[in-house]
Every structure is written in C-alpha cells, then in structure tokens.
Design a protein around this ligand. Structure first.
Ligand code: BG6
Length: 487
C-alpha cells in the first residue's frame, strides 16, 4: 500500500487525512453538565449526531436476499486488506441495530447518519427490488424515531452492486448513473415519509480515485487519468440524478445534498492575501466535483490543467449535476494544503507538508483543528450556501482496554476538543454550519485497514461483539448536553 499520508493527501487534483494519586475511574466519567441557559456555545438547534456506513457495520452479507457488492469481492483479493479481515460480520449491526441505537441515544445525539446498502434493496443494482432488504431500513428508521433520533440517510457509501460493475464497468458507465437515479427514486418513495434528510454519494473524492485510479479501494482498478476524470464526472452526474429523483419522488420537504471529503485548503498564515489564495485553492482543487455541483461549470483552470484528459460532457449534464441542493455535507478530518498567495498560475501555492507534522493513529490523519474553521467558512463564501453540515469528523486511536476494563482515549478527546473549539469559533462568527456527525459511533470495518483502525466512541470487541463506551463517549455526551465545545 502506498504511503498513507499521500493516499489521502491528494485524492484531489483528481478533484482536479502518579500512580497512588490517580482518581478511581468512576469519577472520571462524570455525569454530563446541564446546558446553561445562555451557553455562548453552538447555535440553538445545532444538530449533534454520529455516523456509520452499511458495509462497515452491518455484516449479514448473505442474509435476506442481499446481493454482492464490489467490496464483498475486493476484500477477498489477497493483500488488499491489511489484516485480512472482511465486512462479512463486521459489527453484526444488521441484527444488533436496536442495541446500537440505544448507544446513540445514550450520547444524547439528536441525529444518526447511516447508509443504505444498495445491493440489499436491489440485489442486482436494478430490476426487481428485494422487499426484505428495504424492511431492514424500515425497522432501523422506526427504531431511531422511537428513540427520538432523526435519521439522516446516505444513498451511497461505496457498496456498489457487483452486478453493475460486471455488466457496465460500474461508475465507468452513465448506465450506472441512471440506475442510481432509479434506486434513489425507490428509496425516496419508501422512506421519505420518515427520513427528511438525504446525502447522495459519500466522498466521490475518495472512491473514484482510490477505486478506479490507484486501485487501493474497490473495485481495485488502475485506469488512466482521462478515464478517472470521466468517472468523477459520472459520479457528479449520479449525484445530480439522485437530487432530481429525490425532488420527484420524495415527500415534500425532503432535503438533499452531497457528503464530500472536500480537499481542505487553509491559509498558512491569516493574512488577507493568503485567505484569498486559500479561497481560490479551495475552489480549484474541488473543481472536479463540489464546484461543478454548486456552480454548474468546470473552471477554466481545471479544464486547462486536465487538458486532453478533461471529461467529456454536455450542457445537459451540467444542468443535472448542478440541480439545486438544500445543504452541503463536508467530511473534514485533516488539513490537506496550507496555502500562500502566489503571483503564478491561479494565484495560490500549496506549501510542502513537513514529515514531522503531527497525526493521529492513522498516518494520513494530520491534526489541524483550524481546518474545521477555515474550510466551512471559505466554502460558504465560495458557494453561497446557508446550510453546511459536517457529515464526518473524528479520529483513530490506539484504544487499549486497560486493566479496569476501560478505554481512556485522551488522544481522541484532545483531537475532538480542539476541532470542536474551532467549529464553535466558526458558528460564533456566523458561518452557517448547522450540524456535526462524529465518525464514528463505534469501531467498525475500516476499509483497507480491516479491523486494525478504531474510530469509535464505543469500543467493539469483534470476537464477542461487546460494545464498551470509551472516555470520549462521555466527552461527547458532555459537549452535546452543554451545546458547547469547551467541555
Ligand atoms: C471517511 C469515510 O473517508 O473516513 C469513512 O467516509 C471512513 O467511511 C473514514 O471509515 C476513515 O477512513 P479510513 O480510510 O481510515 O478507514
């Protein structure tokens, strides 16, 4: 596997990471403080949530008529998954969803982001739906609502039906985009009586490049840049078709938007010149997906840079791609580029990142709390949106279970505390961030890392399926209760 930092770092261009004195543990996990009347924290009605995705938690891959996905096949290719595990069982969430929803409730979350496994609902991607597949999401949504938790649904979190890969080359073909639109319409018809918020595709910036460009995610292909650019265009088209399907088939008031791992650009030093340069960089380095979705055109700089590899498209495509959205979901983990102003090219220059830059337990996951301040702020300005949701943020940790059976993940708490303080700085200044989904509710199958990387607020023992709250679960509960970062 290539160097982990560069793995993440640039999924972008594409789009053009004292013994005796210690207190007993019980006193550490204090009860959450009551919300002060005027907390000076986050806005009222701020949506606090956690997130998971279907293949990463559900397991039960051969149950109730589910079809195969590209990940079912990919995980079986020797050497692809670091620890040789698969998502066959994962968290057994398919059977344990009630227990897991109780964990969401314990945190005090108002919302839960999950994804629908397309091959559960349409085993072949298209054709005959599988009612038992849909039933699972009916049960899940009902259980969430019963617990006072708002369901936020993602249509596509990477588990493409294998049949579409076999028949059409997956996202290489616009046939898959059209079929995705039909799947979105079906989900809209059956679930938007209860689900009010829908994310279309999760992280085009990753699954296109990693899956079709460098082959380290499913389906594991290494295609030339021109094809990768075309596939990215197809993913934007699929997003647009899903937006239209939601409008046509969803209940009135259903809201829809993307959930993208925006290529994160930050002014290296807060000067007007650098801030302006970071704004240009954010637009240009996200020109292949978010910017075309939000503006309906590829930028001149993007087309010039892509040259002969630029995607082929029609004006009609651009219209579909830029179908108006209700919100923008941003997955924000790491600073990708520290930017300074330049009198060359488009007017910005990304600085080299030093090897000594601090990171969490995943090498790609650099710690740059200011990312979650600058990126939404600049994004709101560039794309004139008044509703941004942080659709993912979180950190991996070593998460050892200590002798007392607890997990003192003070590193994750450090990361979250600093990021949330910067997010609060943004909302206090009026940046329109309306909610935050912490990745993840519980440890799960972390794609190419298998079960080796843990991002959960709840520790999972994958032999016994026992879930244990980490100290960060208490931290997050306290944040939510106070509606403030300084918890
Ligand atoms: C996000 C994905 O990119 O990052 C999640 O949307 C994923 O599905 C998370 O679990 C962590 O990524 P990774 O590569 O470390 O497993």
């Amino acid at each position: 596997m290539p160097d982990e930092v560069s793995r993440r770092q640039f999924a972008k261009l594409a789009g053009l990471s004292a013994a005796g004195m210690a207190s007993p543990a019980s006193s550490v996990e204090a009860k959450p403080a009551a919300a002060p009347r005027d907390s000076g924290g986050f806005p009222q009605n701020f949506v606090w949530g956690t997130a998971t995705s279907s293949y990463q938690v559900e397991g039960a891959v051969n149950e109730d008529g589910r079809g195969a996905s590209i990940w079912d096949k990919f995980v079986r290719i020797p050497g692809k998954i670091e620890d040789g595990t698969t998502g066959d069982h994962a968290n057994e969430h398919y059977h344990r969803y009630k227990e897991d929803i109780a964990l969401v409730r314990e945190l005090g979350c108002k919302a839960y982001r999950f994804s629908v496994a397309w091959p559960r609902v349409f085993p072949d991607g298209d054709g005959k739906p599988n009612p038992k597949g849909l039933d699972f999401y009916n049960r899940l949504v009902d259980e969430l609502l019963k617990n006072g938790i708002e369901p936020w649904l993602t249509l596509y979190h990477w588990d493409l039906p294998q049949s579409l890969q076999d028949r059409f080359g997956g996202w290489r073909s616009t046939e898959t985009c059209k079929i995705f639109g039909d799947y979105a319409a079906y989900v809209a018809e059956h679930l938007t009586d209860r689900v009010k918020n829908v994310f279309t595709l999760n992280e085009s910036g990753r699954f296109v490049y990693f899956g079709y460009g460098i082959g380290i995610d499913a389906p594991g292909l290494t295609l030339p840049q021109a094809e990768v650019n075309q596939i990215r265009h197809n993913s934007a088209l699929a997003h647009g078709l899903a937006v239209q399907a939601l409008r046509a088939h969803g209940r009135r008031g259903t809201r829809v938007g993307p959930a993208e791992n925006i290529d994160a650009c930050i002014p290296a030093i807060d000067t007007p010149e650098n801030v302006r340069a970071a704004e240009i960089a954010l637009r240009e380095l996200n020109a292949g997906y978010l910017n075309v979705i939000m503006t309906g055109r590829y930028t001149d700089a993007f087309l010039k840079y892509a040259g002969a590899d630029a995607p082929k498209y029609t004006e009609a495509d651009l219209k579909i791609i830029s179908s108006p959205v209700d919100f923008v979901g941003l997955n924000i983990y790491s600073p990708q580029h520290y930017i300074v102003a330049s009198d060359q090219g488009a007017g910005f220059m990304p600085l080299p990142i030093p090897k000594s830059f601090p990171h969490m337990n995943s090498d790609w996951l650099r710690v740059g709390p200011e990312t979650i301040y600058w990126v939404p702020k600049l994004a709101a300005k560039i794309w004139k949106t008044n509703a941004i949701y942080i659709s993912e943020n979180g950190a991996s940790g070593d998460d050892q279970v200590t002798q007392d059976g607890k997990i003192y993940d003070t590193d994750r708490i450090m990361y979250l505390r600093n990021y949330l303080a910067q997010l609060q700085r943004a909302t206090t200044e009026g940046v329109p961030v309306r909610g935050y989904f912490l990745w993840s509710l519980m440890d799960n199958f972390e794609w190419v890392y298998g079960l080796n990387k843990r991002f959960g607020l709840y520790h999972v023992n994958f032999d016994t399926q026992v879930r244990t709250p980490k100290l960060s679960a208490s931290f997050y509960r306290n944040v939510i209760a106070k509606n403030a970062a300084g918890a």
